[in-house]
Write a protein that binds this ligand. Sequence first.
Ligand code: T46
Length: 147
Amino acid sequence: MRTKISPLKSEIQIKELDVKGDHRGCLVSIEGSIDAPFEIKRVYYIFGTKSGIDRGKHAHINLQQLLVCVSGSCTIKTQDARGEVIFTELEAPNKALLISGLVWREMLNFSDDAVLVVLADGHYDEADYIRDFNDFLQRAEHSQILE
Ligand code: T46
């Protein structure tokens, strides 16, 4: 059962994760409610994305996510409710992108070796997706009026 109030204020934030390294190599740990600013309910990862293929192209009604490209690189294009478009390069395993609230997202420029890990605060729910861009724009306009 989700108890959060929707829609969340949109937020797009780069977070630098702590790297614990020693002579053997490196380790990054992401703890729920500490490194990720939410309780983690789901983890999924995207790999083997074909060259020139873009993914995403949707927003969420009520979901917070932390994205980390743990191998290779990709670009995340986001557009928030105010219409601000940001391109974020995820090219290091300790660089994370927090996306919450009403944000349209697209993932592009995947390198052949890209593995994009996503931590989410909700279980998979197709009903939470806004897949129509005009629907997103209407909701964004409405959320701005309410602000
Ligand atoms: C997002 C971006 C960053 C599941 O069964 N469970 C899951 O948890 C997810 C995420 C997907 N699926 C199924 C649904 C589709 O049949 O996997 C298939 C591919 O999903 P989708 O086309 O939504 O994947 P992307 O890469 O376009 O988007 C994903 C997430 O869906 C989305 O929430 O923010 O990554």
